[in-house]
Write a protein that binds this ligand. Structure first.
Ligand code: TXA
Ligand code: MG
Length: 351
């Protein structure tokens, strides 16, 4: 299949004509990748069983991994859900449209192919103007996982989507680089107590301010353990992963740099291609290997914004090993460290 690349001239004030063809494709059961404020999504009609099956095929994704249904306005929520709990209403009021996904008991309208066989449905209302207008014009909820091949880092630019999806989907809407760079926060509001299933730009601190208490799914914190199943099925797969073996080094910054420099030298001597993930503040401390700053440590939103692009670049450079600095684990840092530790397969050393 030929994949059409459509460049949106001014994403902030996208014109309906620019989205017309994408809307046609979605309505007739095809696949369109589109920008959101978090990462690029791979969209299809969430109410059409065969359309969501095409998403799994294009991504090479296991079909027990449910999709998020994207809506453009609050009136589109109720038809998808059996019930909207009070916590869901409050979070929607505070953070929608925005980088927050919530899990609700599903209505009978939502097919099990979209929910991976679950009786719950994930719903998100993106704030990105292209995403939001596209969904509104299509007039249907849009199922959209991140638009990467299953297991690769999520795409934060149209070029990343092209790398993974060229020839497999009808269209890519190019709205330029996304703003946030890590996937949405997921909160399960279907039970007694709201539970965080995936950290994101709507932080734990922001959630607890609205809800009081929020539990954290234990599988977010560490390596998959026997008998412990993540509530978000997608979190069990080795995600966000670069092809290289990655190690995170934690400690005081000079000692971290010394240790990383030592390990890079050792890797180079063994004929391996080594990469370093550092920050603007520490870049000058590194001597050898492919050295990439992921952003400004003092402004963690820059780290979130660049992280997946840097991981993809290391794939292109065919690095065998990557050594990364570590980040603080609160606020947006919780999401950054969650993606980073997963990419590293939980290989963390302290110095
Ligand atoms: O920021 C985002 O959320 C992006 C953009 C495109 O909106 N989408 C995204 O989708 O990250 P995806 O499919 O890559 O990740 C969705 C996660 C998966 O881990 C999946 O298992 C979980 O949400 N999920 C979906 N439905 C669920 C449900 N009913 N119960 C628990 N987890 C669910
Ligand atoms: Mg994904």
């Amino acid at each position: 299949m030929e994949t059409k690349w459509v460049h949106i001239k001014e994403p902030a004030s996208v014109k309906d004509e620019e989205l017309e063809e994408a809307v046609e494709i979605l309505r007739s059961g095809g696949l369109v990748a589109f920008p959101t404020e978090t990462v690029y999504g791979l969209g299809a009609n969430a109410l059409d069983e065969t359309a969501s099956v095409k998403i799994y095929a294009a991504k090479g994704r296991p079909s027990d991994n449910p999709l998020i249904a994207h809506i453009s306005g609050i009136g589109e929520l109720e038809p998808l859900t059996a019930r909207v709990p009070d916590a869901g209403r409050r979070l929607a009021g505070a953070f929608w449209p925005g980088p927050l996904t919530m899990i609700f008991p599903k209505s009978i309208r939502v097919p099990y192919t979209t929910t991976g066989g679950l009786d719950t449905v994930a719903v998100r209302m993106p704030s990105d103007p292209v995403a939001n207008r596209l969904i509104a014009l299509a007039g249907i909820p849009i199922a959209a996982p991140s638009a990467n091949t299953s297991g690769r880092p999520s795409p934060t630019r149209a070029e990343h989507v092209w790398e993974d999806m060229n020839g497999k989907i009808e269209m890519i809407l190019d709205g330029g680089p996304v703003g946030i760079g890590v996937e949405s926060t997921i909160v399960d509001v279907s039970g007694e107590m709201p539970v965080l299933l995936r950290p994101g730009a709507v932080t734990m601190e922001m959630l607890t301010e609205v809800l009081g208490e929020v539990a954290v799914d234990p599988t977010i914190q560490g390596p998959p353990r026997e008998g412990l199943r993540p509530k978000a099925p997608g979190m069990k797969y080795r995600h966000y992963a670069p092809r290289a073996e990655m190690t995170i080094v934690e400690g005081e910054s000079m000692r971290v740099a010394d240790e990383i420099n030592r390990r890079v030298r050792e890797s180079l001597l063994r004929g391996k291609r080594a990469g370093v993930i550092c920050t603007d503040e520490t870049r000058s401390l590194y001597k050898a290997g492919f050295i990439r700053s992921v952003g400004v440590r003092a402004r963690e939103e820059t780290i979130a914004h660049n992280l997946f692009a840097v991981l993809r670049e290391f794939d292109e450079l065919e690095t065998d090993v990557i050594f990364s600095e570590s980040f603080a684990g609160d606020h947006l840092g919780f999401a950054i460290m969650n993606r980073l530790t997963k990419a590293a397969g939980y290989r963390i050393i302290q110095v």
